[in-house]
Design a protein around this ligand. Structure first.
Ligand code: BES
Ligand code: ZN
Ligand code: ZN
Length: 503
């Protein structure tokens, strides 16, 4: 499923095959001008001519494409400027820019010269990983449901030239890791982009089983009857609104020592959110097929960890259902009982994410984990607060937040620490049950939702909640290796880093 269309080839500067390749050269910003470091020896005069022509450098941020440069040893040469402003993330964005430009020019055979980049990023393994992530994530598109696909063009070959004295093995290793991570992100995107009539809870569970094939991961799926028997009144209750039956997906991967406590990831797998009886406005409702993106993040994270053979014990949990307004649906005022015995009155059936997550979080605690991280497209309010660039992270635990920031720093994904306090908890107090699923006050919608979830996590278990409502799709205007329209794969790479940080 969703293999990248290309594999990495290592190349030499004087490779005969370069006659068929388009060389990508990176020019580093240096004050008001640019410098091409460690350029191929056979390009000395090409590069010095270019560097002499100051007028050209204004365009370097967009890139300069020199066609039919066979006399230089390469089919074409593309020179692109880059800054080191965002560290490895600058590199990802520069590599993505080059890939997308060349793909748009129908160039199928790319040769990236990393000599210049390696001056700024000494760790070749990290550099290669970031490049592979950006290139393969840039290659994603969802068009399997189009009957005509004439404009589909594939990049068939990606080769890299590494600096002369560098260890090519390190580069290859990093590149392979990056490809797995990109594949995992693309898989999460694919699950999100697949429409609700196809990506049902049943299909989501089958996808989890499918991605586990050939890995050491074990997948267990509970059906509706089992979910009811297990006391998951929230997941079962939301499913009563109609649509296909619900599923509870359990993925287990043990790559660490037996004595080590697992890390548990929980993801909201709401395959379509109509709002239920508290029905949503029709405008934009089609986007609610993406309401399972938290679940997709978790499934893709588990895939990547198993594929990479991470030395960690990890469990992934995904409660999956539609939220529909059928005759048996929850009515405002109905009371549901969670797996841990707490009761919840449903004042708004559109606040259903927390109802299915409460059971999954209670179950996660039974695993006696080292930490719990959940991802959910939980609130529209987080989009008001943070837009589509930052994922809101909710935890009262500064140590957990430190770990999250470190992981997100490594992947270049943007997270922002958001508050939960006792007032938010008090705002969720029920009238005729323990809790109410909406706040009794206006505002702070994301914090009250997080405070609700917190009531299902035992106090001594480190926990953070990621509200990805703003970042799970349509973030291409912020991050160029993500599609302008469609799933982003947000937090997959950060979750993988988090799991590794517990190893
Ligand atoms: N899935 C939605 C949240 C959402 C909205 C995600 C828009 C992405 C884009 C969630 O189930 C929901 O509807 N939440 C309500 C909660 C409210 C009723 C307290 C919301 O945010 O309006
Ligand atoms: Zn909803
Ligand atoms: Zn929802």
């Amino acid at each position: 499923m969703l293999e990248a269309s290309f594999q990495l080839k290592m190349a030499q500067e004087n490779d005969k095959q370069n006659q068929n390749r388009t060389l990508v050269l990176f020019a580093r910003e240096k004050g008001k001008s640019w410098e091409i470091q460690n350029a191929p020896k056979d390009l000395k005069s090409f590069v010095s001519d270019l560097q002499r022509d100051a007028s050209k450098f204004a365009d370097l941020k967009k890139g300069l494409f020199f066609r039919n440069t066979k006399s230089q040893g390469y089919k074409n040469i593309y020179v692109l400027g880059y800054t080191t402003e965002l560290g490895l993330e600058s590199l990802r964005r520069t590599a993505a820019h080059a890939f997308q430009y060349l793909k748009a020019q129908n160039v199928d055979n790319h040769l990236y010269h990393v000599g210049g980049l390696a001056v700024a990023h000494k760790n070749l393994e990290e550099l290669a990983q970031a490049m592979a992530e950006a290139l393969a994530m840039s290659d994603y598109s969802y068009d399997e449901l189009k009957s005509k696909n004439d404009d589909k063009f594939s990049v068939t070959e990606v080769a890299c030239v590494v600096p002369a004295k560098a260890n090519a093995k390190n580069f290859q290793k990093g590149f392979n890791t990056g490809l797995v991570l990109a594949q995992a992100c693309n898989m999460a995107r694919w699950m999100g982009d697949t429409p609700g009539n196809i990506m049902t809870p049943i299909k989501l569970a089958e996808t989890a089983q499918q991605v586990a094939k050939g890995t050491k991961m074990k997948v267990t799926v509970w059906d509706k009857a089992r979910i009811k028997k297990e006391g998951m009144g929230g997941l079962h209750g939301v499913n009563l609104g109609g649509g296909p039956d619900c599923r509870f997906i359990i993925m287990e991967y043990n790559g660490g020592a037996k004595s080590k406590k697992p890390v548990v990831f929980v993801g909201k797998g709401l395959t379509f959110d109509s709002g239920g009886i508290s029905i949503k406005p029709s405008q934009g409702m089609e986007e609610m097929k993406y309401d399972m993106c938290g679940g997709a993040t978790v499934i893709a994270t588990m895939y990547a960890l198993a594929k990479l053979g991470a030395k960690a014990n990890v469990i992934g949990l995904v409660p999956a259902t539609e939220n529909m307004p059928g005759p048996m649906a929850n009515k405002p005022g109905d009371v549901l009982r969670a797996r841990n015995g707490k009761t919840v009155e449903v004042f708004n059936t559109d606040a259903e994410g927390r109802l299915i997550l409460m059971d999954a979080l209670a179950y996660a605690c039974e695993m006696k984990p080292a930490a719990i991280y959940d991802a959910a497209t939980l609130t529209g309010a987080v989009i008001i607060a943070l837009g589509n660039s930052y994922t809101g992270v909710f935890t009262r635990d500064e140590k957990v937040m430190g770990r999250v920031k470190k992981a997100a720093g490594a992947t270049g994904e943007w997270v922002w620490h958001m508050p939960i306090n006792d007032h938010h908890v008090a705002d969720m107090k029920g009238t005729h049950a323990d809790l109410c699923n909406i706040s009794s006050f206006k505002g702070a919608g994301s914090s009250t939702a997080a405070a609700f979830l917190e009531q299902f996590v035992e106090k001594d278990i480190p926990w953070a909640h990621f509200d990805i409502a703003g970042t799970a799709w349509n973030i291409g205007n912020r991050v160029n290796y993500c599609p302008k329209k469609g799933g982003s794969g947000a937090m997959v790479r950060t979750f993988v880093e988090l799991a590794k940080s517990h190893a």
